[in-house]
Design a protein around this ligand. Structure first.
Ligand SMILES: N[C@@H](CCC(=O)N[C@@H](CS)C(=O)NCC(=O)O)C(=O)O
Length: 213
């Protein structure tokens, strides 16, 4: 496990490049707050070593530790960090009318989109919509795309942490051929992922991968 220490702060991201943790790294950069990173070599199985399993028994990324509190599951990590720094404006305030929609689309990624995409990727037979947690794949995706079409960001004019989650998630799913997008969704992906925070993280991840190979 190698350390990249930016300061003495108590936010630590346990990370492996090109995983769901990548977006959390982007969010930390967007927030512009101090954080530390512990980089694990996923291919060498460092995430299955006792030291890391003691923190996250699943051995998965992202894993975040803040003042001794462990946060796992990417949607929880996005929500937690954006709420921790309300002054950065990456989450609607608790009394903001957008708050409900913000939480809805955050949770949608983990509880509807991902299970649907994984079922499809593994060619699992579709069950009746009423027996599936996401209904049907097509309706799940169209509902998301209809929201994106309202633009320019998921909840309108402002970009929030939830856009980092969706920008990267959709970009990778499109790249792996797991979803078919449309020009409006493509423009949204570009709008979000062309930010300098994404570019910086991408460059650093490439360097890390090179160092680990
Ligand atoms: N449900 C988790 C999934 C996390 C996950 O599957 N992460 C992958 C990388 S994208 C991982 O850590 N795989 C390593 C392994 O299972 O060995 C989340 O939403 O964060």
């Amino acid at each position: 496990m190698s350390e990249i220490q930016s300061n003495q702060d108590t936010i630590t991201l346990y990370h492996a490049s090109q995983t769901r943790g990548t977006g959390i790294w982007v969010l930390l950069e967007e927030l512009g707050i101090p954080y530390d990173m512990k980089v694990l070599n996923f291919k060498a199985g460092e995430n299955q070593q006792p030291e890391f399993l003691a923190i996250n028994p699943l051995g998965k990324f992202p894993t975040l530790v803040h003042n001794g509190t462990v946060v796992t599951e990417q949607v929880a990590c996005y929500t937690y960090l954006a709420d921790l720094f309300p002054e950065k404006g990456l989450a609607p305030a608790f009394n903001d009318p957008k708050r409900g929609a913000y939480l809805r689309w955050m949770a949608y990624q983990g509880s509807s989109f991902e299970p649907a995409v994984i079922d499809k990727a593994f060619n699992r037979p579709e069950v009746a919509a009423s027996q599936s947690s996401y209904g049907s794949f097509d309706k799940m995706l169209q509902t998301l795309f209809d929201q994106i079409a309202k633009g320019p960001y998921l909840l309108g004019e402002e970009m929030y942490a939830v856009d980092i989650l969706w920008g990267l998630s959709l970009k990778w799913c499109r790249m792996f051929g797991l979803i078919t997008t449309n020009p409006v969704v493509d423009a949204y992906i570009e709008r979000v992922t062309s930010r300098s925070s994404f570019t910086r993280v991408e460059e650093k991840e490439q360097a890390l991968l090179l160092a680990q190979s």
